[in-house]
Design a binder for this molecule. Structure first.
Ligand code: GUN
Length: 282
């Protein structure tokens, strides 16, 4: 029988626990989001993040900038948020419109407020085995694997995709958990062969039904990070109907990884608030 890794249920449980913890802490964490332009998917994700904030007792501030905003104007907004003692976490929703220098924006976010974990300092800490803020999607996947007691020590894990927000931090987190990790990408030779050796397969490619049964080891745990439109329906990277017959466990899309990303963002924001409170008490 294939286990469906229910990210929605796991995320709800985490959010309930977090709400209690925040209530008991006496803190009022605050997250600022910055969105540039009017991409409907990005707007929807940001709305979901604000809703989650409300659910757990985190204050949220939303900064909306027009699509023709300059890199300098986004940098100004980030610098203001860095300097604002009432803000604990800063999230600049990606992707940014063409023409905006995403790398400069990420580098400008104060590492202590970088609840996305994209800043090179946080990425470096993660890769040196001393994570502070880890990118929310991979960290959420680790939480989900833990919830379902998926063994990681010595397991062969294959990550498909080498992005800074998912593939690379995912590989680092798995490595930190003693898995044997391979990162596959568009230049990987014999992708199917590499993936068929994996006990844990994580796909972050962004192509509908990219992962077929021929790429999956029988009994593997399959994690689908993709969110794609196919014939007007939301689907992942994995051909769910075909692969779920082979995998021992699999995440659905929607209701798998997505809710875990948001729950992790809330956890990271609370962590930032606790660290800032300790800092200001010194
Ligand atoms: N775009 C899609 N997911 C994310 C995320 O987790 N953080 C940011 N900043 N942008 C995103």
């Amino acid at each position: 029988m294939t286990t469906i890794l229910d990210g929605k249920k796991c995320a709800e449980k985490r959010l309930e626990l977090l709400k209690e913890e925040i209530g008991e802490s006496g803190l009022y964490p605050r997250l600022a989001t910055v969105i540039v332009g009017n991409d409907p998917a990005s707007q929807m994700y940001v709305r979901m993040k604000h809703r989650a904030c409300e659910q757990v007792g985190i204050g949220s501030v939303g900064i909306e900038l027009p699509a023709d905003t300059t890199t300098e104007a986004v940098l100004d907004a980030v610098r203001r948020l860095n300097a604002d003692p009432d803000i604990n976490g800063i999230l600049v929703q990606l992707p940014l419109p063409k023409g905006i220098d995403t790398e400069r924006i990420i580098d400008a976010i104060s590492p202590a407020k970088d609840v996305d974990g994209y800043h090179p300092e946080n990425m470096g800490l993660l890769f040196s085995g001393k994570p502070r803020f880890s990118s929310c999607t991979p960290k959420g996947i680790m939480t989900l694997l833990e919830e379902y007691q998926v063994p990681l020590t010595g397991a062969r894990a294959a990550v498909v995709g080498r992005s800074i927000d998912v593939g690379r931090p995912m590989a680092a987190l798995l490595l930190n958990a003693d898995a044997t990790v391979i990162i596959c990408h568009s230049r990987t030779q014999d992708l199917a062969g590499e993936l068929r050796r994996a006990d844990i397969l994580i796909s972050a490619v962004g192509k509908a039904h990219f992962i077929t049964p021929a790429m999956v080891k029988p009994g593997a745990v399959v994690i689908d990070v993709g969110i794609n439109q196919l014939d007007g329906k939301l689907v992942g990277d994995v051909d769910f109907a075909a692969v779920s017959g082979i995998a021992s466990a699999i995440t659905p899309v929607p209701g798998g990884v997505g809710p875990m990303t948001i729950a992790t963002l809330m956890e990271n924001t609370f962590r930032a608030a606790k660290e800032h409170a300790c800092g200001s008490a010194e």
